[in-house]
Design a binder for this molecule. Sequence first.
Ligand code: XMP
Length: 521
Amino acid sequence: MSLNNKLTKILIIDFGSQFTQLIARRVREFGVFSEIISHKKIKINQIINNNIGGIILSGGPLNVYQNDKFKFDKKILSLKIPVLGICFGHQILSKELGGRVKKSKHREFGLATIKKVSNSKLTKNFFNKDNSNNVWMSHADQVSKMPKNFKIIASSKNSKLAIIENTKNNYYGVQFHPEVTHTNKGKILLRNFVFYICKLKKNWSSKDQKLELIRDIKKQVGNNKVICGLSGGVDSSVVAQLLSKAIRKNLTCIFVNNGLLRKNEETQVVNTFKKKLRINLVYVNAEKEFIKKLTNISDPEKKRKIIGNLFIKIFERYAKKIKNVKFLAQGTLYPDLIESRSVTGSQTSKIKSHHNVGGLPKRMKLKLVEPLKFLFKDEVRKLGLELNLSKDIISRHPFPGPGLAIRMPGNITREKINILKEADYYFIKALRDNGLYDKIWQAYAALLPVKTVGVMGDNRTYEHICLLRAITSEDGMTADFFDFPKGFMQSISNQIINNIRGINRVVYDVTSKPPSTIELE
Ligand code: XMP
């Protein structure tokens, strides 16, 4: 993987922690660019030649003496770049510099109180008035012997070496996770590292991003023609608008109606992009083609692969018609790449093939333009506003590429699609009518592959169960169910059952992610 070598950045070396992305987000929230790279892929030359102002070593599930399971080139520590080790990162830093790590007698998971031992630049304004602070720990091992020339900055009851530093070489280690919100004032500690220790300046605003991305697109595609898969969702809308600012006359957006969209979606997208934003848009009605291929397919991964492949085929077909198209633009985001295991290649296991990544056929003929692939969703939203897209588009809930297909476990039929479109329509409308839409990160209706008995009027019914899901989240990587105000669920359940034939029972999904995922498949 190549790094963005223009901006001075914080480099995060990922050892497989579930919080690595959070570290990157925090740094970017401070207005400083950050990138993640897997411990397996990092090469010392990349660090020397890439404007790296600070290195953060992430946490991870490993033990520092499992040498065959991870890579760490000790030379990284002699480049005179400040280093902050977090949890496993703290342990590997200590071990490599001559300290020792051993299994903790008392494992610490959850909140722990640390007490200040000495002053440090790293902890300026971090401790409470009584010189203590609550931090979030998650470790089974701990540093048992500090390397030479280090001093203790803070200790907890079970971790004497909770924060250590060597100011001469700018090495810092913390046993806890400052990146998670449970650590009180964790952001202050990270901010101190970025600004006081690495001495970085802000270089990452939506405006800078916009200008840089437009420049990059121009450079990448030159005078060639580009097609852009537009779904009308936030990501592809932002990509389309970026491309239109960069290379308007060589851009054709293609909107494929795969028959698995929300109710009236196709009309709304055409109205917004073709009529209002005057983007060159081709509307392709491929409903029949998709439904034919999906008939009798119930395996979630097969559905995803079929849809992903067909999308690309259709793009290629239209690319041929437009002639001389060399590039395909997509709204792939950083988390999409990470969840499909292609950015860092670290230990995180593959969960699903997101269709704009995992579903791409190997023989793909077009080159990809993916201007958002280093951005998180909230950064994309800010960028969209910077590009003058309306708040309506920007604040839309995410909608997955495979659409309603993955909200309908089991067989896909036209009848089920029609029922589901209606249920989703009523649910989303009720959220908007009740002022709840913007409080929720994502919401949808799904149709479960079971029928149950009900009674309506005096008659027996035997119809589908509709599952409603509404979650709050920061970036879709983790999520909690949304706690609706009293009465809302009853009201929407009545509306759905009274208005839609085919549903006689409504249930609400109260699982978080993990252990569930946001979509059902
Ligand atoms: P999961 O179900 O993996 O979803 O927890 C996380 C977020 O990703 C969306 N999602 C997708 N988006 N193509 C997309 O563009 C896909 O194949 C895909 N699958 C899931 C999902 O809606 C949620 O916002």
